[in-house]
Design a protein around this ligand. Structure first.
Ligand code: SAM
Length: 392
């Protein structure tokens, strides 16, 4: 069954359109496209892809949730880290990459306003026109008096700016290259059409390019070798993309949050099926060919690749820690008391949210925070409690 019973007619029609579009691309490319291309089309094809069409995506009525969607405590702690950087710089702006529903922007601006330290500008750069509309609506609803400071960008600022760059769960949504390793060589796993009318998708391999094979051979030897048939992903795009984002920083800090691991743990021999995860209506599974255009497709982040990419921008690695230690360092318990005031019920709700953000079995350990700085002398408080830089 290709269709989920509970899909609406419009959803069925939409996923069929996306499927037909991808099938046409496969046919036009001689029967095979890379998985990176498939992921690009399924997530970002204009008017069709998951992030560029009407799916609700984030939040309770969507497919998955993120730290800012779980609790305003996340944004309050991020705001504390921004405030510290602004104090050091004597002010500054924020650039958020991939702002989702705009929730983090609302929470960060709200807390910075109460601290008396609003940024000069809050820039947002997001590829999704649909989400940009949601961000505008939410910010207008919650913080109408600050709309003059919020600016949506079409591209990275031409001149480096001083302040803070924020990116939460953007890297895991970047298209990845999938490969299968064997002692005899390396294949790139791509997508071919199957079914009588070519309307189904299936994995299909091709010998990897020399560049991919050499890069995967490097990963294999760093992992002390893999068994034949080892499958995983590598985010080739991140190697240039993350560095170009961090390069937009004049003086200040770039903060990356995502779920993932340093390379030595990512490519462990026992993780032989890769890290792809798909999200549809808060269910997680591993089949990227189901419901194209209606489900999110993600891969874990190799933080060593992120570090290599950002290092090329000339910034300094100022910290790498788990989300739990980042939030603890910035005083999540104090933020909880401030937000709840005398309201015991609110405090209980916030305590529950803090658990989701911090417990090891929830987001606390899987999610990491990484900071890159330029022209800052002080240590960042969010990274003072735990230093995982040596694991990269
Ligand atoms: C998983 S959502 C996370 C949203 C939000 N940061 C949060 O934590 O709730 C990924 C976000 O990144 C955006 N995005 C994906 N690729 C991007 C890119 N290359 N440049 C800018 N934004 C991107 C998506 O449109 C979406 O807003």
């Amino acid at each position: 069954m290709r269709h989920e019973a509970a899909l609406s007619a419009a959803e069925n029609e939409h996923t069929e359109r996306v499927r037909a579009h991808i099938a046409a691309q496969i046919a036009a490319s001689g029967g095979w496209i890379s998985f990176e291309r498939y992921m690009d089309l399924a997530l970002y094809a204009p008017g069709l892809g998951y992030y560029n069409a009407g799916a609700r995506k984030l939040g309770r009525g969507g497919d998955f949730t993120t730290a800012p969607e779980i609790s305003a405590l996340f944004g309050a702690c991020v705001a504390q880290q921004c405030a510290e950087v602004f104090r050091e710089l004597g002010g500054g702006s924020i650039l958020e990459i991939g702002a989702g529903t705009g929730r983090l922007a609302v929470d960060v601006l709200t807390r910075l306003e109460s601290l008396g330290g609003l940024p000069d500008r809050y820039f947002i750069l997001d590829v999704s026109a649909d989400l940009r509309d949601r961000q505008r609506a939410l910010l207008h609803d919650k913080l109408p008096h600050l709309m003059g400071r919020v600016i949506w960008l079409e591209a990275l600022p031409r001149e480096p700016f001083d302040g803070v760059i924020l990116a939460n769960e953007v890297l895991d949504a970047l298209p990845v290259v999938r490969f299968r390793w064997s002692g005899a060589g390396c294949d790139e796993l791509g997508v071919a059409a199957a079914g009588s009318a070519g309307e189904e998708f299936t994995w299909a391999s091709r010998p990897a390019s020399t560049v991919l094979r050499e890069s995967v051979a490097g990963l294999a030897s760093a992992a002390n070798g893999w068994d034949d048939g080892y499958v995983s992903e590598t985010c080739v795009r991140m190697r240039h993309w993350a560095g170009s984002i961090t390069a937009a920083l004049g003086r200040g800090a770039a903060l990356w949050f995502d779920y993932g691991l340093p390379r030595s743990q990512y490519y462990l021999a026992e993780r032989h099926g890769g890290t792809l995860l798909c999200h549809f209506r808060h269910r997680t599974h591993e089949d990227p060919f189901r419901l194209p255009g209606l489900q999110d497709i993600t891969a874990w982040v190799d933080f060593t690749t992120l570090a290599e990419s950002c290092m090329a921008s000339g910034c300094e690695l100022a910290g790498f820690t788990t989300q739990a230690f980042f939030l603890a360092g910035l005083g999540i318990d104090r933020e909880m008391h401030i937000m709840a005031g005398e309201d015991a019920n609110r405090f209980a709700r916030l305590a529950n949210q803090a658990k989701q953000l911090m417990l090891p079995g929830e987001m606390g350990e899987r999610f990491k925070a990484m900071a890159w700085t330029r022209g800052l002398d002080r240590e960042l408080t969010g990274f003072a409690l735990q230093d995982l830089r040596h694991t990269l």
